[in-house]
Write a protein that binds this ligand. Structure first.
Ligand SMILES: [Zn+2]
Ligand SMILES: [Zn+2]
Length: 116
């Protein structure tokens, strides 16, 4: 008797397990197109280009040149997110500081230094 009950319980558990497993499988099948779409989108060249650009932008250093003061003659040449060299910023408050500068700013500052 009790043996039968155990078998019954085992069968019920197995059935519940099978149903849960099926439900999970069904759910996965239902959201799979969405997952595939995202994975596919991430591999598309235009999407990859946007991701690459965002990553580069994050990795880049901003130009911290005070253009209007450092080189007022050509203050619009700055590439604000493309600092490639470290320059000196002379500040009355903080003294000489090392600051990242973009190439055009560094050149303009050097030119102004030579000119003065
Ligand atoms: Zn500048
Ligand atoms: Zn700059």
């Amino acid at each position: 008797m009790s043996k039968n009950k155990d078998t019954e319980l085992a069968d019920k558990l197995a059935e519940v397990g099978r149903r849960v497993g099926q439900a999970i499988t069904d759910a996965m099948e239902r959201i799979r197109p969405a997952i595939d779409a995202v994975a596919e989108a991430a591999n598309r060249p235009e999407v990859r280009a946007v991701i690459d650009r965002a990553e580069k932008l994050v990795a880049r250093r901003p130009c911290l040149c005070f253009c209007p003061r450092a080189h007022p003659a050509d203050h619009d040449i700055c590439e604000p997110f493309d600092a490639v060299v470290t320059g000196q910023l002379s500040s009355e408050l903080l003294g000489d500081l090392d600051v990242p500068l973009c190439a055009p700013c560094a050149a303009a500052r050097a030119a102004r230094k030579f000119a003065s």
